[in-house]
Design a protein around this ligand. Sequence first.
Ligand SMILES: Cc1cc2nc3c(=O)[nH]c(=O)nc-3n(C[C@H](O)[C@H](O)[C@H](O)COP(=O)(O)OP(=O)(O)OC[C@H]3O[C@@H](n4cnc5c(N)ncnc54)[C@H](O)[C@@H]3O)c2cc1C
Ligand code: SF4
Length: 495
Amino acid sequence: MTAAAPGRRWLFADQLGPQYLDRSDQPVLLVESRAVFGRRRFHRAKAHLLLSALRHRARELGDQVIYLQVDTYDEALEQVTDELDCLQPSSYAADRYVRSRGITVLPDDRGFATTREEFSAWASGRKRLLLEDFYRWQRLRHDLLMEGKDPVGGQWNYDHDNREPPPKAATLGLDEPWWPGEDDIDAQVREDLDRWERDGLASFAGEDGPRWAAATRWEALASLEHFVGRRLAQFGPTEDAMLAQDPWMAHSALSPAINLGLLHPLECVHAAEQAYRDGLAPLASVEGYVRQVIGWREYIWSIYWHVPADYRTRNAMHATHDLPEWFRELDAAGEVTANCLRSVLRALRERGWVHHIPRLMVLSNYAMQRGWDPAQVTAWFHESFVDGYDWVMLPNVVGMSQHADGGLMATKPYASGGAYINRMSDYCKGCAYDPKVRLGERACPFTAGYWAFIDRNAELLRGNRRMLQPIAGLGRLTDREAVLAQERDRGDGPP
Ligand SMILES: Cc1cc2nc3c(=O)[nH]c(=O)nc-3n(C[C@H](O)[C@H](O)[C@H](O)COP(=O)(O)OP(=O)(O)OC[C@H]3O[C@@H](n4cnc5c(N)ncnc54)[C@H](O)[C@@H]3O)c2cc1C
Ligand code: SF4
């Protein structure tokens, strides 16, 4: 048994910032559980980041911490005699576990700016839980970009300015996000992961390149400062655009640090607002960033706890295909021809991260078009992204991207053909397919796949006014049967 003082705080791997302690000398328990890497095939960069962040926190805390490297949580708890408490875990599974073990759960969600009670009070009596309403409520109550009760600049929303296609150049020409240097802890993590793989204890997808995401509070603050000072000003206009040679664009790449609890969302938006007030970044970019963090992120977190228990298993589009191997393995064998999908899977393989639009309009769009099982798609996103956690996956994948909840979160499926990708990226220029062609050798798998998707789901979607136009468009296709046969043949193979 490990001897220790009473009143020990068990910190989970996504509770690593200072705000998770009540006093600076509070005794802490940190647990590194190996079994989780044996159960699921995570991206190796994700396993690296999590272990590196946990071990760095343990080193910072020194004698204050009991750091246990075990197979399971049960094994860890057998070694700790102190009374434990913890802060609200971020998943249903962890919540159930700690409660079943009699651990005191304090209700605060210190990685977010919205408590469940606040969200429930806001949601109560509303017919629809619209993001825009939620976002304005957040702006007002947190006094962000406000002048009294009015939004700074007289407008709540600069989406109109923030939807530009990419520039003609191959990159935005910005500095890359700030990268931390690795240290002895990272080297040890690599050695351990190699050994676990060799011994058959774990198996990973993707590459474990130099660690780019922050694993410590200091690194997280440096990343935030760099983003606000060097990249935030350009965030807005090309927020939705994609460039094959510029995976970061002007995105913050701070989601891993925020989701590890190393940055608080409010400190991120306060820093962004200050940049606007100091004249260092235009309002449209700052508002765009604030909307993502204090609007979308908080909304997704709140929806996770708000939706019914069966949400996880919803499959409104009756999508039942298994995820194909080439997709699971992030096209490691280089089998994909479609330039957009190939480039995005390569970037994901290399870093465990791509920005929002490739996630939604390339990866998820393809999965939905092909009818892949939403539960499998959810698990794949969780495992493949360095910033993936249960709370963020359910609403984003089941709701937003796969329409598996039947429209609770999005008024229509986020399905689109190659024309959207062509407008918002430079992928199509270098592609063997043509976004305007739906039949024959050059038929774009997204364009043809879109029509196959509409055809397969026409009956389900007919009740949705926003889908009537595409359904009517499908009826006008003279080559409809040939396109459908072609897409049946393409099936789930690498496009
Ligand atoms: C299918 C799908 C899967 C996603 N999976 C994840 C995930 O595993 N983890 C994750 O943090 N985000 C996820 N997102 C949301 C979003 O894509 C990422 O937060 C963002 O791309 C992270 O990069 P960034 O930090 O550069 O973001 P920026 O473009 O700089 O945006 C700023 C911040 O806004 C927040 N944010 C914006 N949109 C969302 C959203 N929809 N949900 C949650 N936070 C949001 C993030 O904290 C992000 O850091 C997913 C979106 C989709 C459509
Ligand atoms: S033509 Fe189609 S497959 Fe090729 S990059 Fe464009 S959208 Fe992707």
